[in-house]
Design a protein around this ligand. Structure first.
Ligand code: CP
Ligand code: NVA
Length: 300
């Protein structure tokens, strides 16, 4: 049987994703009680981009399950000196049980996964961040129940998080309204594949109208640092703040994967307003959701 990877949300069925989230909620309730189900298991963690939440949640999660993790960065592995990803995937697969990769081009993790004989988890590429969506969907469920049939507004850049929300719309059965500048839309093939679930405009007010969940992310993702000033001008009308949230449904939630830039894509007041913002729960849920994901991928 072929190895089950998790490179995008499309790699697992909607039912499987929902059962992972249910288990994440269960594991969260059991926080503090010891489960050693991953004893003797090792997670390799390749980070070609920076991270706070992803690294800590995977490492802490593996430790809480009785397993071990190894942090690998390009500056002190042969990957950074040009050893092919194919060879790295083959070698690590002989030594560890599970591999998590954060990198730039999505094709790089696809190549890696093709040559790995253990499950590979996408911990963010330029195109997708599926682990964050597990945490977001868990957070919505905990606060508001089932997201099926609800309306989600994505405001800002058509980036890796936005594209992950497009896939989530299909898997979790919600309507997604995207508001972004014309030149910053998600990739055409991703839009086309899920066109029945999504609509796109350049109008944030229209997108958030009666929405149940409003989501944004940085205007300049990792790797786009040189474009930061230009993007701040282009995206200036896309800030999510109390005025914009007032257009959403009365009990609408605000989410952001973090790190957030207060005063740019989100106002400081909204990010720190617990009446709307669930960003700290969202961050915490990375831990629980990824524990449930790792358990699923290793058949526990
Ligand atoms: N949201 C998220 O993935 O955060 P990090 O970049 O800190 O891992
Ligand atoms: N879109 C952001 C997400 C960070 C977690 C980035 O790729 O930098």
């Amino acid at each position: 049987m072929s190895v089950q990877h998790f490179l995008t949300l499309s790699d697992l069925s909607g039912d499987t994703l929902k059962s992972i989230i249910d288990n994440a909620i269960h594991l969260k309730q059991k926080t503090g009680t010891s489960t050693m189900s991953m004893q003797g298991k090792v997670l390799g963690m390749i980070f070609e981009k920076s991270s706070t939440r992803t690294r800590v949640s995977f490492e802490a999660g593996m430790a809480q399950l009785g397993g071990h993790s190894i942090f690998l960065s390009p500056t002190d592995t042969q990957l950074g000196r040009g050893e092919p990803v194919e060879d790295t995937a083959r070698v690590l697969s002989r030594m560890v049980d599970l591999i998590m990769v954060r990198t730039f081009a999505h094709e790089r993790i696809e190549i890696f996964a093709r040559h790995a004989s253990v499950p590979v988890i996408n911990a963010l590429t330029d195109d997708y961040h599926p682990c964050q969506l597990l945490a977001d969907m868990q957070t919505y469920k905990e606060h508001r129940g089932d997201i099926a049939g609800k309306t989600v507004a994505w405001i800002g850049d058509g980036n890796n998080m936005c594209q992950s929300y497009i896939k989530a719309a299909a898997q979790f059965d919600f309507e997604l309204r995207i508001a972004c500048p014309d030149d910053y839309r998600p990739r055409a093939n991703v839009i086309k594949a899920h066109s029945s679930r999504i609509s796109i405009s350049d109008n944030p007010q229209q997108a958030v109208k009666n929405a149940d969940l409003v989501v944004t992310d940085t205007w300049a993702s990792m790797g786009q640092e040189a474009e930061k000033a230009k993007r701040e001008k282009i995206f200036a009308a896309y800030q999510v703040n109390h005025e914009l949230m007032a257009e959403a449904a009365n009990d609408a939630l605000f989410m952001h994967c973090l790190p957030a830039y207060r005063g740019l894509e989100v106002s400081a007041e909204l990010l720190d307003d617990p009446n709307y913002s669930v960003v700290w729960d969202e961050a915490e849920n990375r831990l629980h959701a990824q524990k449930a994901l790792m358990l699923h991928l290793l058949d526990f």
